[in-house]
Design a protein around this ligand. Sequence first.
Ligand code: A3P
Length: 285
Amino acid sequence: MFSTPNELFEYKGCNFISNIHNVEYLNKIPNLDIKKDDVIVVTYPKSGTVWMQQILSLICSNDNLAEAQSELTVNLVPWIEVERLPFKGSLLSPLYVTHLPYHLIPKNLKKGNGKVIYVARNPKDVFVSLYYFQNYLTLLESTSSFEDFLEKFIDGKVLIGSWFDHVREWYKHKDEFDFLFLTYEELQQDFRTSTQKLCDFLGKKLDEDKLEMVVEECSFKAMLANPMANYKHIPNKNPNGTFLRKGIIGDWKNHFTVAQSERFDKIFEEKMEDFPFQFVWDSKK
Ligand code: A3P
């Protein structure tokens, strides 16, 4: 256990935000009814969740594009772990996002019942993004120093928990699901090909015009300017910050010292030693 008053609380090995999540509802999640066509995007925080909300809401909008574009993406692709009123639009969404670790997900999400898209991002960039987020979002406690917060991140004493455990656990169980593993970096490097991959996985056929529209509307610049997708409605304590901050690969290089980076790499090697997927974090552009 660790002490972070009025901020995070631990529930079954996972750290939640006290003003957003509640135990009574979390207790119900294992028994939520997941249907055959439901799609669930799973991410560790700061790995591109809101990007995926925008991508999926457009890919899956079918003939209701105008409605999809005039509604907050968080309503179109809601959080599994946040109790909410049902969305009243005609787009009865079978799309969800979640940060839940593998062991807390609904029990009937299994092969043939729901699809899982896991998006992973370089943990060094995740950390930098989380550091700024923590000092932006009103509901999170501002950080101490970068160095101290890095220690907390490595120890998993942050929102949700350990990046290493999250990725490892989900990947270990991937064969239990209809599962697509993507990286934030892959989306950045070749967004069009990644979108095509997503469409194939979801069984969606987009014509050239629609594909082009998705590519345009999901760019960082377009999303930042789009009040339905930029999360500016979330209460914040820093008027100079934004939820969509930089949207780049490798911002960690502007923040980590050489010593911090080397130490992190060593920990990464130890914790991910037998991880079967070879990550490519660096930009080839
Ligand atoms: P940065 O803080 O590095 O800019 P999440 O949605 O999981 O909280 O992740 C947020 C991160 O995804 C932020 O990273 C944000 O800028 C980035 N992001 C959101 N939309 C994006 C887009 N269209 N293109 C690239 N990055 C995007």
